[in-house]
Design a protein around this ligand. Structure first.
Ligand SMILES: NC(=O)c1ccc[n+]([C@@H]2O[C@H](COP(=O)([O-])OP(=O)(O)OC[C@H]3O[C@@H](n4cnc5c(N)ncnc54)[C@H](O)[C@@H]3O)[C@@H](O)[C@H]2O)c1
Length: 270
């Protein structure tokens, strides 16, 4: 199957690496990034390198079957419609785009018209399969508690807008509590999983999120709790941050590779 990669940063490069070794059986035809050096680094992984796409239109007009997004929420907002309306499938990493009211419905309508599919990897959390199954019955609570080193929260709009000083923090401090939609708006590059959890369970407006800055942790910790007719579940992941992007957990990138292996495999597990 022919594919295009949009976003050649940490996650995009790891995906490209797994395609170049043949572990993911895709042919990468195009790579797009606003930073040309990142595209060149991806091209260098291949004997037969993907073309550097000039724009999303070039990819939309091509005959690739799958577009892999690992760029940004803003990229999903501007690229999903032109890609999906041509019937191409998309795997989307910047799931936070779905926390904006109305986006899920719009994407669903485009897909139903064009026959395209959208794949959302589980990211740096576990337990989505159970939350999704539990949502078939009555779910009364789904919440996520995220604990991160203040370093990985630097620059988030919520921190800047509220002038929260994370420097010199000596102990753990809860800095945010709200819905998944509010969490994504305040921390767009940190809690994409809050949107994925919301979509799998009771929706992004009902899913509760707390964010704790803790100078004593080096891992990105996510604790999921759900309660309903099925009983109760808790799921905790302690993620090592990606070496060159402390906001992204290694498990999130691995979940993208795993999803692509699942899409391209005749046998799908889980
Ligand atoms: N679903 C999840 O659980 C999860 C987990 C971690 C990260 N993410 C998200 O996945 C995306 C990629 O993460 P990453 O760690 O590889 O980030 P990164 O910063 O290492 O790489 C992103 C790349 O995309 C490029 N880019 C961004 N917007 C673009 C645009 N509009 N057009 C062209 N290029 C663009 C940037 O130049 C950069 O090279 C981010 O949106 C991140 O928030 C999702």
């Amino acid at each position: 199957m022919d594919a295009a990669l949009v976003g050649c940063g940490f996650i995009g490069s790891l995906i490209a690496k797994h395609i170049s070794t043949g572990e993911i059986p895709l042919r990468l035809r195009y790579a797009l990034d606003r930073n040309p050096e990142k595209v060149e680094r991806v091209q260098a992984l291949f004997d037969k390198p993907p073309a550097a796409a000039e724009s999303i239109d070039e990819i939309a007009e091509s005959d690739v079957k799958l577009v892999i997004e690992a760029a940004s929420i803003e990229a999903v907002h501007s690229f999903a419609k032109p890609i999906l309306s041509t019937g191409k499938d998309m795997m989307i990493m910047s799931v936070g785009a779905f926390a904006t009211p109305g986006v899920y419905k719009t994407v669903e309508e485009i897909c139903l018209r064009s026959g395209a599919h959208v794949y959302l990897p589980s990211g740096a959390i576990g337990g989505l399969d159970a939350v999704s199954a539990a949502s078939v019955g009555r779910l009364e609570l789904v919440e996520m508690r995220t604990i991160k080193n203040p370093r990985s929260l630097e620059g988030a709009p919520y921190i800047e807008d509220n002038k929260i000083n994370l420097e010199g923090l000596k102990k753990a401090r809860e800095i945010f509590s709200g819905t998944a939609t509010e969490a994504i708006a305040g921390f767009p590059a940190n809690v994409n999983v809050a949107a994925t959890l919301g979509l799998a369970g009771i929706g992004v407006l009902e899913t509760r999120v707390k964010i704790i800055a803790d100078p004593g942790v080096e891992r990105n910790i996510h604790e999921i709790r759900a309660k309903g007719d099925f009983g109760e579940l808790t799921f905790r992941t302690e993620n090592l941050p990606a070496p060159d992007n402390p906001r992204t957990s290694l498990l999130a990138a691995l979940s993208a590779v795993a999803m692509l292996k699942k899409i391209t495999s005749p046998i799908k597990i889980g």
